[in-house]
Design a binder for this molecule. Structure first.
Ligand SMILES: N[C@@H](CCC(=O)N[C@@H](CS)C(=O)NCC(=O)O)C(=O)O
Length: 220
């Protein structure tokens, strides 16, 4: 091969690598874990919208090595990367996806209804409290020996009581609020840290299971 041919080959190889990189970055990426309930809220939307997203399983969320979580400084999942730009926090990711891919907002992600936003806050609180208990135990802390963890357990059961007594707020049609409920509930059922004697919430959760895009991401 003469030097002109050699240069031509090098240019072609560079172009090929660049094209692959551009194509790769066009696909969105979600840092998550298969059991993460916060990630699941987002994954249900991704499946409902039939989006092409690379799922990056970060492994153990108790990990303390920042690089594992992609660009998220809080060392939590989920994080979405779109065209190189990170979006943190499940509810912001949900809003971002709707703004990009669902101008009709058919699952009412962008609602300003105070009752719905309160219910989201309570569910997020229950989910975070459960993460605290699970990760404390995973780090070797006997959570039943400390009053702090009694309060955390109490906030989970108070939160669930609060939701049960307002179960009529979960509409019949699929909405993000109901995806949120199923994500929270299935995770609580999987880890079994609290009793789940909440018949109205149970009924609402079961009714949504018929949807393939909801069940696809159920934790196992
Ligand atoms: N507010 C965050 C909470 C995310 C979160 O707590 N994720 C859990 C996994 S489900 C996590 O990564 N926890 C790691 C830790 O707390 O160290 C969101 O909505 O995305």
């Amino acid at each position: 091969m003469n030097s002109a041919q050699n240069k031509h080959c090098q240019r072609a190889r560079k172009k090929h690598i660049l094209n692959r990189k551009i194509k790769f970055e066009k696909v969105m990426k979600l840092y998550y874990t298969p059991r993460s309930h916060f990630s699941r809220k987002v994954r249900i939307l991704i499946d409902a919208f039939n989006l092409d997203v690379d799922l990056v399983d970060i492994g153990n969320v108790a990990e303390q090595f920042i690089g594992v979580f992609g660009p998220n400084p809080l060392m939590k999942v989920p994080t979405l990367i779109d065209k190189g730009v990170p979006v943190f926090d499940s509810d912001y990711i949900a809003q971002y996806l709707v703004q990009q891919f669902d101008s009709s907002d058919r699952f009412q992600v962008l609602t300003n209804d105070a009752k719905v936003l309160n219910a989201r806050a309570v569910m997020n609180g229950v989910m975070s409290a459960e993460v605290e208990l699970i990760l404390a135990e995973r780090s070797g802390i006997a959570t039943d020996a400390y009053p702090r963890f009694d309060k955390i357990r109490g906030s989970i059961s108070n939160g669930l009581d609060w939701l049960e007594s307002r179960a009529e707020m979960f509409p019949n049609q699929p909405t993000y609020l109901r995806f949120h409920l199923n994500s929270m509930w299935d995770h609580l059922a999987l880890y079994g840290l609290v009793s789940l004697d909440y018949p109205k919430l149970y009924d609402s959760v079961e009714r949504l299971r018929t949807l393939t895009y909801v069940e696809k991401s159920a934790p196992r």
